[in-house]
Design a protein around this ligand. Structure first.
Ligand code: TRP
Length: 340
């Protein structure tokens, strides 16, 4: 495909987040910043994936329900503009659940079990022999999300590439059943920011481990998180040379500090010796405090008016219902199910 042509043509963009916790700095560098830029150029929808969130939290549904509005407030606080980006709630779009049912007939269990992301999540969550059917099949539901909006471009992290691959397999099967192109394949848009490591440098960012900095983190929380950050364990004295590779403080400085030259000088100094972790952490803390302060203020303003957040979801879901129902009609047609 001609990439010039691609970049000239507005894309239909769909992204989504499981509503299982407030969003953090990893979401910010990996995808939120990109969405803020994309909304000015393309037709963008963001799906708050509450149903997908339940696929591994059905016994603790509050984890999902109590985070729906938090996630919407996070979007608005970083600059997602609901008058140009549609923000909608997955559980309010029944056409997506119906599409999932039809697509389920086109995907084998063994294909679902081969999905590498699902495979590692199953191991991680210790599901082993009692995998919820909804969890194993969530890639089908994600295919319904993507095709339900006729998305052409899906900005994702690399862990989501297997979902897009499965989506396109379903698209090809549907089209081949129909004998014509009913659904379009989608393309991933990978963020060029590399994945932000957790503050402990070891695990995936997780609220329960407490190794992520949320967008709504208080000043104290930011300070504590930076102070506990993993640095170079062999850098015991200020005078000694330190390692910047794998030193999370420098990884975060690279990701968030606006002055690249200053950071490269700082790295040289650290590698030469004579620069302590207390100082590098102080520089990082100032930078994060400055960046997160306005986001935190806006976030709490938005959260103080829940009716407004709900109204945004109602309007976005209404627009989305119309779009997804059209696609459902086309898919049902293939199966001869539009008798009345
Ligand atoms: N699986 C995605 C995640 O965990 C969330 C998601 C649900 C999604 N539906 C989507 C992402 C549709 C892109 C498109 O982050």
């Amino acid at each position: 495909m001609n990439s010039k042509q691609d970049s000239d043509k507005p894309e239909i963009i769909l992204t989504g987040d499981r509503a299982t916790g407030p969003l953090h700095l990893g979401h910010y560098v990996g995808s939120l910043k990109q969405r803020v830029a994309l909304q000015a150029i393309h037709e963008q929808t963001i799906l708050v994936a509450d149903m997908q969130g339940l696929t591994d939290n059905a016994h603790n549904p509050k984890k999902v329900s109590s985070n729906i509005l938090n996630v919407v407030a996070d979007y608005l606080a970083v600059g997602i503009n609901p008058s140009i980006t549609t923000i909608c709630l997955q559980s309010k779009l029944p056409a997506l659940a119906e599409l999932t049912m039809y697509y389920s007939n086109l995907v084998s269990i063994s294909r679902l079990e081969r999905n590498p992301t699902v495979k590692s999540e199953i191991q991680h969550k210790g599901f082993e022999r009692s995998i919820p059917a909804g969890f194993l099949t969530y890639p089908i539901s994600q295919a319904a999300d993507i095709t339900g909006f006729s998305a052409t471009l899906v900005p994702v992290g690399d862990d989501q590439l297997p979902m897009l691959e499965q989506t396109n397999e379903i698209v090809r099967k549907v089209n081949s059943l129909a004998g014509r192109i009913v659904l379009n394949e989608c393309r991933p848009l990978l963020s060029n920011a590399s994945r932000l490591p957790s503050t402990d440098g070891k695990n995936k960012m997780s609220k329960s481990i407490g190794n992520a900095i949320n967008l709504g983190a208080t000043e104290k929380e930011i300070s504590a998180a930076v102070k506990s950050m993993y640095t170079d364990p062999n850098h015991l004295r200020v005078e000694e040379p330190g390692n910047v590779e794998g030193n999370i403080v420098f990884t975060y400085l690279d990701a968030f500090h606006p002055d690249e030259n200053y950071i490269s000088q700082l790295k040289e100094h650290y590698q030469r010796g004579g620069l302590g972790d207390g100082t590098t952490k102080k520089i990082l803390e100032e930078c994060l405090q400055e960046m997160l302060r306005p986001i935190r203020v806006r976030r709490s303003e938005f959260l103080s008016d829940k009716a407004q957040l709900i109204d945004i979801l109602i309007k976005g879901s209404q627009v989305s219902r119309d779009k997804t129902e059209k696609v459902l009609f086309d898919v049902k047609d293939i199966f001869g199910l539009n008798l009345f």
